[in-house]
Design a protein around this ligand. Structure first.
Ligand code: ASP
Length: 594
């Protein structure tokens, strides 16, 4: 037997017991009279003591111990002498008097120690992930992840959902992101695609009568990575038949309440708040607003139209928007230099033409380089519109609506964090509903699906598919936690004619649609029930419920920003023989371009 107890288990009540422990040397201190080792495993740390009582041989052996050596000790639980109790450790009242030491494995001097206070660079952590995963913080996160997934699985089972696995090797049906492709050895020149999500399989399961499906599903999207994305990620994927939007939102409200209670001991009662997409864009400039704080966007286009100030007037006259936010008491926190930085940010990151600002002086006047372009009456109106008081700081963006949204969303996020407008430990859950069906892709000159092409329009908007697709709203809903999209789903189209029409709007000919989605169009002809579903981003849930800020810290073996696994060194070149079997020839970049 390697151990009788874990390193987090022994208490004062165990004093006198003979025990065997095994684990890693977390640290050691030589106090002349004896060597004190903190022995660590996943459960905690226990102090083990090598002294003259251990016998000369054991003591001698213990002198060679170094951090991260793997050892086994046999000994007796002793109370710690008065004054040496460590209240920070649950095992801090006892120590083990060692009688026997076995070195199970020596550790080379590692590139970093799991117990060191300052974290090494992330590349080093990813390369030696086995060392990084030994860190207590990482172990807690992996345990949290396991707990959240178990809560989800239990919850859905209690609600009659059936767990069904769907294929990893599927058909390429490019509709959203870029596919990861897998060449077929049996069918030369043909490829499987890794699933971007089990979307169509779960819809087919509804058509097959499974009624309630759930899966913890791995999804793959070959996209350039943003900070909080990964090329492979895990979703809690679910689908229900004979359901409306409220049924799905109701189930997920229950799940959120359950996880919030079990993980953070937060009580959530009643349905989570909902806001329409249009309202979210007006008030917060984004479809996943952080509702832990106010700092709402205020529209002043009508006032701008009255101004002599050419920039504002031109924007208002062109039917664009002049909008801003007012940060309470923040005027003296932002110097000219910081305002210049913010101006560059809205220009470079969000394509805005500029940033206008006003500071409210103690006497109530508005101070700004552009103030001279406004009459005192108009300045008073601006001040009133923003409910601004002495000490407040108003930031205004005049541009196309979309640009004002992006820029003000960015500024609101920045100011919210810098001015500490919310408690980072606080959780806010809400729904955004009534998304547009389509976005217009200027580059491609066509509509693209805002969620995916299988999303149903609101019944009252069906006619807009023909007359004004841009105005058509979808039966779509996103779950937002602390300003992050934590899930998203839709009611699906369940009749072939509407599905065909939506494919058409997305620029797919009938022939195209048949080639790519023939199986779906077929299945829709053979008795498809009304259905809908949602997917929740598990990596992101762990990040949010764990109050973490890096998605890679929520995944045991994540990829870097450049989609590489630094530990195994994937992706990698493969043997020529493997390529021959697949009838694949790798070209150099200049040969591809030919
Ligand atoms: N398949 C969708 C996604 O991955 C979720 C859904 O509509 O259920 O975003």
């Amino acid at each position: 037997m390697y151990r009788t107890h874990t390193c987090g288990e022994l208490r004062k009540s165990d004093v006198g017991q003979p025990v065997t422990l095994a684990g890693w040397v977390d640290s050691y201190r030589d106090h002349g009279g004896g060597l004190f080792v903190d022995l660590r495993d996943r459960y905690g740390k226990t102090q083990v003591v090598f002294s003259s009582d251990s016998g000369a041989e054991v003591q001698q052996l213990s002198r060679g111990l170094r951090n991260e050596d793997v050892i086994q000790v046999v000994g007796k639980v002793d109370p710690r002498p008065d004054g040496t109790v460590n209240p920070k450790l649950v095992t801090g009242e006892i120590e083990i008097k060692v009688e026997k030491l076995t070195i199970l494995n020596k550790c080379k001097t590692p590139p970093f120690f799991p117990s060191q206070m300052d974290l090494p660079g992330e590349d080093l952590r990813l390369k030696h992930r086995y060392l990084d995963l030994r860190r207590q913080q990482m172990q807690q996160t992996m345990i949290l992840r396991s707990k959240i997934i178990k809560l989800m699985r239990d919850f859905f089972e209690e609600h009659d959902f059936i767990d069904v696995e769907t294929p990893i090797l599927g058909r390429s049906t490019p509709e959203g992101a870029r596919d990861y492709l897998v060449p077929s050895r049996v069918h030369h020149g043909e490829f499987y695609a890794l699933p971007q999500s089990p979307q169509l399989y779960k819809q087919i399961l509804m058509m097959a009568g499974y009624d309630r499906y759930v899966q913890v599903a791995r999804c793959f999207r070959d996209e350039d990575l943003r900070a909080d994305r990964q090329p492979e990620f895990t979703q809690l994927d679910m689908e229900m038949a004979f359901c409306e939007m409220d049924d799905i939102i109701g189930i997920i409200d229950g799940l959120v309440a359950n996880v919030a209670k079990e993980v953070l001991d937060i009580e959530i009662s009643g349905p989570l708040p909902r806001m329409t997409y249009d309202e979210a864009m007006e008030r917060f400039g984004h479809d996943a607003p952080d509702l832990r704080f106010g700092l709402e966007i205020v529209d002043a286009t009508d006032l701008a139209a009255k101004a002599e100030f050419r920039v504002f007037k031109a924007v208002a006259d062109a039917g664009n928007r002049v909008r801003g936010i007012c940060a309470k008491g923040a005027a003296d926190k932002y110097s000219r230099r910081l305002i210049d930085d913010m101006t560059s940010m809205v220009q470079d990151d969000f394509g805005a033409k500029g940033l206008a600002w006003f500071k409210v002086e103690a006497d109530g006047t508005l101070n700004s380089p552009i103030a001279k372009n406004f009459t005192p009456e108009l300045l008073a109106e601006f001040k009133e519109r923003f409910a601004a008081e002495p000490g407040d700081f108003i930031l205004i963006v005049a541009d196309k609506f979309e640009v004002t949204c992006k820029a003000l969303y960015g500024l609101r996020k920045k100011l919210g964090a810098e001015l500490k407008l919310y408690d980072p430990e606080k959780m806010h859950f809400s729904w955004i509903v009534e998304f547009p069906m389509f976005d217009y892709d200027e580059e491609e000159g066509r509509w693209v699906a805002m969620h995916h092409p299988f999303t149903a329009p609101r019944p009252q908007d069906v006619a807009l598919l023909d007359s004004d697709p841009g105005k058509c709203r979808a039966l779509a809903y996103d779950l937002v936690i602390n300003g992050s999209e934590a899930g998203g789903g839709t009611i699906r189209i369940h009749d072939g004619a509407t599905q065909q029409k939506v494919f058409g709007l997305l620029g797919m000919s009938e022939e195209d649609a048949k080639n790519r989605f023939g199986f779906l169009l077929d299945a829709l002809q053979y008795g498809a029930p009304p259905h809908g579903g949602i997917a929740l981003g598990i990596d992101r849930w762990v990040m949010l419920f764990g109050h973490l800020d890096n998605i890679r810290d929520c995944i045991a073996f994540p990829k870097t920003q450049r989609a590489a696994d630094l530990m195994t060194d994937a992706p990698s070149e493969v043997d020529r023989k493997q390529l021959e079997e697949l009838a694949i020839k790798v070209l150099r970049l200049d040969e591809v371009k030919k």
